[in-house]
Design a binder for this molecule. Structure first.
Ligand code: ADP
Ligand code: MG
Length: 358
């Protein structure tokens, strides 16, 4: 994407539509300075402003991202070019490194897991017959449309919900055999959570929130401090440790949740749509954090997402539809972009429709 070209195009279209910088700023609810920065090619509009900005300038999204008008006969070619640039800039240009360890233990094992929700007059089969295994250190994604059973599946693994039948083993332990009391300590010992709604406690600072997870596990204070400071630096939240959750951004909160999840060294980290409430930059940072945690700390991560861009960070993806796993895809020695394309193809095959980017 050519930011300077986009900036000049925005300026020209703004003038063509008879708007001053202040008038455009007012209509978008932002400062004049932001408009001037875009027009000088110093920054790009926030994703949430793309749509209202295009309306005000009377251009299409493709034209905005290309920085020029697109005539009908060039539409297809130019649209593809723009999409590819956006995807490339979002995913980066790295090459995939394959992990080469021969003896990797299994952390999670599901065998014929089924969940039926019974209400007075209906019964819903939310998860039908799901079996899979996850090896230590892998970053696995579960994809599927809304209502396909992703959260139900994750909640059963999280021991929040009980399977109707089938087996779930975490670290070789069948969780169906655990009592309510045992489950609470099992969760603390073995699991870490990065859920959208699993918020940090607002009355504690970020540091205290993270420390709480560790003191429950009776880890010595000095060790707690060292662990938190190291991880905070690695995840770029050192500066906010003494702030309260409501004083920091959504992206920082999710990275704090990551530190909290990983600090106690759990066997398995569970994440349900962790990027759902984040802007695209923070989402990318969070996903890169997950990749780093799995590579450098051998963290095992199971992440639910409906979004192909997020999923392209994973090592392996399970595709769910109507409570079943319909396909799985492993990332091979390929770039994120190639993997992303294969994800879209698989989604299209499963739904029989057009692949989407959300
Ligand atoms: P997803 O996370 O993929 O959107 P869910 O696991 O939330 O899907 O839901 C799968 C199916 O199970 C849906 O049909 C949903 O309506 C149903 N369901 C989920 N939770 C409950 C519940 N507590 N009681 C009854 N039905 C439920
Ligand atoms: Mg869900």
């Amino acid at each position: 994407m050519d930011q300077k070209k986009i900036g000049s195009f925005i300026a020209a279209r703004r003038k063509d539509n008879g708007l001053t910088q202040s008038q455009l700023a007012e209509k978008l609810g932002i400062t004049d300075k932001a408009i001037s920065k875009w027009e000088n090619g110093k920054s790009m509009p926030d994703l949430s402003l793309f749509s209202p900005l295009c309306d005000l300038l009377q251009i299409t999204l493709n034209e905005l991202l290309l920085g020029e008008f697109i005539s009908d006969e060039n539409l297809k070619e130019k649209s593809n070019q723009v999409l590819l640039e956006v995807v490339t800039s979002w995913l980066g240009k790295d090459q995939w490194e394959i992990k080469t360890s021969s003896h990797v233990p299994t952390v999670l094992k599901l065998k014929n897991v089924k969940k039926i929700y019974e209400t007075e007059c209906t019964s819903t089969v939310a998860v039908k017959d799901v079996s899979f295994e996850i090896a230590k250190g892998s970053f696995v994604g579960i994809m599927g449309a809304s209502g396909s059973g992703k959260t139900t599946l994750l909640n059963m693994v999280a021991t929040i919900d009980k399977a109707t039948s089938g087996q779930i083993e975490i670290d070789g332990e069948d969780i169906a055999g655990l009592s309510e009391n045992d489950l609470a300590s099992f969760r603390r010992e073995h699991l870490g959570f990065v859920f959208q709604e699993y918020n940090l406690l607002d009355t504690l600072t970020v540091y205290e929130n993270i420390a709480l997870a560790l003191t429950i596990k009776q880890i010595p204070k000095e060790t707690v401090k060292r662990t938190i400071l190291n991880l905070a630096e690695r995840l770029d939240i050192s500066d906010v440790l003494n702030k309260f959750p409501y004083e920091i951004s959504g992206g920082q909160r999710q990275r704090c949740a990551c530190v909290r999840a990983i600090a106690a060294n759990p066997s398995l980290i569970l994440a349900d749509e962790p990027t759902g409430a984040l802007d695209s930059y923070s989402a990318k940072q969070l996903l890169e954090t997950f990749v780093m945690l799995s590579r450098e700390y051998s963290a095992t991560i199971l992440m639910v997402t409906h979004d192909a861009l997020s999923a392209s960070y994973c090592d392996k993806i399970l595709f769910m539809q109507d409570g079943e796993i319909k396909a799985s895809l492993e990332r091979e020695q390929e770039s994120k972009q190639d993997f992303f394309t294969r994800i879209l193809d698989t989604m299209a095959k499963i739904t029989g429709g057009v692949p989407y980017v959300s």
